[in-house]
Design a protein around this ligand. Structure first.
Ligand SMILES: C=CC1=C(C)c2cc3[nH]c(cc4nc(cc5[nH]c(cc1n2)c(C)c5CCC(=O)O)C(CCC(=O)O)=C4C)c(C)c3C=C
Ligand SMILES: [Fe+2]
Ligand SMILES: [Fe+2]
Length: 367
């Protein structure tokens, strides 16, 4: 019989890895390539989500597969081709950089948190990334979406995907969700910083348009807070950069389908401003934290053409937050606020370590 030595059996739930806390940054998703073949499965997954198109499945799916996908995939791919970056789709490139820089910044601050990113539609999927984190030992996961304003069509859909994933796991990690940050100080300040930097370099416009992604107007009457949260973001940003209510307009872009969407729509707004004699208009898309098809193609290309064709003289598109330092710090602060009171199991929480030395020891131990 072997002599009794001290058992060194690892806790079964982590298979030997030290448990850790993770942040999963979730964005919408984007095709893998600017081709009809790659756009089609992405659009199919997106538009078949009952959170996105609230039409009974039996009516909608035949329209989606019979009409929308065959007609839209190639048209949409051609648009993606105009904005594609050497590294890939802008939405994915920026989301990946945000996750990397967020991880780096949290580490510099002494927080032992792993940051990963996932896409609600397409790859890397929420389930794939949650599996990877949980398999590596994540026992607490904060789900942070790329959407500052809550909408059932976006944030709730991410929560649905996470809930679907929990059904596939025996040992489900603790989960938290950030549902919104439309009025977060850091978010507003980061937006204001981008606007003011643009104005320092190019002067101020005659008018600022803040264009948000639209949703069907019906969702507002059904209680979706999205519209109100967009208006509040815009008001706080206007106050921060010193714009009077007459100096800016909130509009909604990307209408899809025949139903009535939130108004005013962005393109008619730009044309009306040109006809009203506004020489120069600047456009910002505060609801998008990363530049993507909807900002770079629909606004910076098509919006510009519409404004100039209607008699406008100068059109400036102000880029999204992307990986700007102010935004990474704000995102970090949002994450830390939601992680508060959620200590790691493997020792004292780095945030509560009193000295630099203790922090260094804890960080060393975590590697
Ligand atoms: C069908 C209805 C749609 C709703 C409702 C909707 C809400 C919504 N979307 C975003 C953010 C993004 N949408 C993007 C693209 C996009 N959106 C729709 C439709 C709805 N969106 C479509 C059909 C498309 C594809 C564009 C095309 O094929 O022409 C994107 C960009 C993705 C990219 O790859 O760059 C983003 C981001 C929000 C925030 C939102 C509700 C608040
Ligand atoms: Fe959309
Ligand atoms: Fe669009």
């Amino acid at each position: 019989m072997p002599t009794a030595s001290r058992p060194t059996v690892a806790p079964a739930h982590t298979h030997g890895q030290a448990p850790f806390t993770a942040v999963l940054l979730c964005n919408l998703g984007t095709p893998e390539a600017p081709t009809a073949a790659a756009v089609r499965p992405y659009l199919a997954e997106f538009l078949a989500d009952p959170r996105v198109v609230e039409i009974p499945r039996v009516l909608w799916l035949p329209i989606l597969y019979g009409l929308i996908l065959p007609l839209r995939s190639a048209k949409s791919a051609a648009k993606y081709a105009t904005i594609w970056m050497p590294e890939g789709s802008p939405l994915k490139v920026w989301t990946e950089r945000q996750a990397k820089r967020l991880q780096g910044w949290l580490g510099e601050q002494g927080h032992r948190v792993r940051v990963a990113y996932a896409m609600r539609y397409g790859q890397p999927s929420i389930a794939t990334q949650l599996d990877a984190l949980a398999d590596a030992g994540a026992n607490r996961i904060l789900v942070l979406t790329a959407y500052p304003q809550y909408s059932g069509t976006t944030v709730a859909s991410v929560i649905d995907a996470v809930s679907q994933w929990t059904r596939t796991r025996r040992h489900v990690p603790e989960l938290r969700f950030v549902n919104r940050y439309h009025d977060d100080r850091g978010y507003i300040q980061a937006l204001a910083h981008g606007v003011q930097r643009h104005w320092r370099e190019h002067g101020r416009p005659d008018h600022l348009v803040m264009s948000f992604h639209g949703v069907p107007e019906r969702t507002l009457h059904l209680g979706d807070p999205y519209h109100c949260e967009c208006r509040k973001t815009a008001r706080l940003l206007a106050e921060t950069v010193g714009l009077e209510p007459g100096g800016y307009t909130v509009s909604f872009q990307s209408r899809f389908g025949k139903a009535k969407w939130l108004e005013p729509a962005t393109e008619p707004t730009l044309k009306a401003l040109a006809r009203d004699g506004k020489r120069r208009v600047d456009v910002l898309c505060p609801g998008f934290t990363s530049d993507c098809l909807e900002t770079l193609e629909e606004i910076a290309i098509e919006g510009r053409q519409a404004f100039l064709a209607a008699g406008g003289q100068e059109f400036h598109y102000i880029p999204c937050l992307n990986d700007q330092t102010e935004w990474i710090h704000a995102l970090g602060a949002i994450a830390l606020n939601h992680l508060a009171g959620w200590p790691t199991q493997s020792g004292p929480d780095a945030r509560e370590l009193a000295t630099q030395k203790e922090r260094a020891v804890a960080l060393g131990a975590a590697r």
